[in-house]
Design a protein around this ligand. Structure first.
Ligand SMILES: Cc1ncc(COP(=O)(O)O)c(C=O)c1O
Length: 399
């Protein structure tokens, strides 16, 4: 209220949204987000609980159990960061590196660049380990870098969605531990779609995203810390710079340290959705999900190769199955293909990102969208769009 006698300002007319929201139905077969499972979306309509209510803590416990299965870990240090994959990314970096510490970053696409940038912002001494787009690091290259720099942490992205490569992680945990290094992994576009074993592979910290293979809406970043990572957090000389991502505090809300205290308001409806998505993953079974993603990747490539299209990643052993990168052939208008898919089928396929813009298309086969019918539709869209540009010999529709 204003002071007594003061004229009340005129209320401006609303300019904002009017009527009921109208959203087109799209099939999201780009690098993400993917469509969410309707059962998962429905969970978001359930009544709100208080973020410190015991029934909500029970849901948080269920989420942690689901995450332990998804990450293949016995660690009690699992949680959802409130935010997208970037929240988990900043949380790992800001909690596990102190200003001035050396951070070796595997830079083979946009995500390495992003992590290096964030590492520098938090004061780490970043060493870029560079690789050309479309290739991954060999064990020997990583061994040389870790032994030379003895970094506080090594970062690698398991699946780089900007270049379509799959980084082999085997043996790296042991290598890092021998050299006093923490191993931090990005699994935003891989978790649930390809094998990942947090404990068996000696991973120390991992973050992911809800909106790809996990099949939930964007807004929750699954996170894992090993005991070594928590020991490092607890022995820091300086406080983590970010209050929002401080895992001393966020972890306490998730019960990591045998108590529960308020840090921020948990994302109640988003976490209901994650609880449901994790239940679906448990019902499907990880081995079945990994097999399905591999099989549909093979089906996609069989169809693309028939059209004369080639993978951007030459070595099949380095090729990511969840985000497929397809070379744009000379003389083809890549944008027209994307527009055709959207205009004709409400189907999202996407172009490159960072250094791959204009060079590739990206097709995601992830989570709820990983079905043979969706792969066929993507192939039909490519076939028709290329034919329209005179870049494909006559072929029957949907062979
Ligand atoms: C491999 C990878 N890392 C990190 C991110 C960032 O995640 P978000 O956009 O959810 O913050 C993405 C997003 O596409 C990604 O594919």
């Amino acid at each position: 209220m204003g002071r007594e006698g003061e004229p009340i300002p005129e209320v401006k007319a609303p300019e904002g949204p009017k009527g009921v929201i109208n959203v087109p139905q799209r099939l999201l077969m780009g690098p993400g987000p993917a469509n969410a499972n309707p059962r998962v979306l429905a969970a978001q309509c359930l009544p709100l609980l208080g973020h410190m209510h015991p029934p909500f803590f029970k849901i948080m416990d269920e989420i942690q159990a689901g995450l332990r299965y998804l990450f293949q870990t016995e660690s009690k240090y699992t949680c959802l960061m409130s935010g997208t994959g970037h929240a988990g990314m900043e949380a790992c970096i800001s909690n596990l590196l102190e200003p001035g510490e050396t951070f070796v970053v595997g830079d083979k696409g946009i995500w390495g660049l992003r992590v290096a940038d964030i590492g520098e912002r938090f004061g780490a001494k970043v060493v870029h380990l560079k690789k050309d787009a479309g290739h991954t690091f060999s064990y020997d290259e990583l061994k040389e870098a870790v032994e030379k720099h003895k970094p506080a942490a090594l970062f690698l992205c398991q699946g780089d969605s900007s270049t379509g490569v799959h980084q082999n992680l085997s043996g790296l945990g042991e290598l890092c531990h021998k050299n006093g290094t923490l191993l931090i992994i990005d699994t935003v576009c891989t978790l649930g779609g390809v094998p990942f074993f947090a404990d068996a592979w000696g991973i120390d910290a991992m973050y992911s995203g809800s909106q790809k293979v996990i099949g939930a809406p964007p807004g929750a970043s699954p996170l894992f810390f090993s005991q070594r990572a928590v020991d490092k957090l607890k022995s820091r000389k300086t406080k983590p710079i970010s209050f929002c991502w401080d895992l001393n505090l966020v972890g306490d809300y998730w019960g990591w340290y045998n108590s529960r205290s308020y840090h921020h308001t948990g994302m109640v409806s988003t976490w209901y959705a994650m609880r449901e998505a994790l239940a679906v993953i448990g019902e499907d079974g990880l081995e079945n999900l990994w097999e399905k993603h591999q099989r549909l990747h093979n089906e996609l490539w069989a169809g693309l190769k028939e059209m004369g299209l080639e993978p951007f990643v030459e070595d099949p052993a380095e090729r990511l199955v969840t985000v497929n990168c397809i070379k744009v052939p000379p003389g083809v208008d890549w944008k027209a293909v994307i527009d055709y898919a959207m205009d004709t089928y409400n189907l999202e396929i996407w172009g490159g990102l960072g250094q791959t813009v204009g060079k590739i298309w990206r097709v995601g086969i992830m989570g709820y969208n990983a079905t043979p019918g969706n792969v066929e539709l993507v192939l039909a869209a490519f076939r028709e769009a290329l034919k329209k540009q005179g870049k494909l010999p006559d072929r029957p529709f949907l062979t």
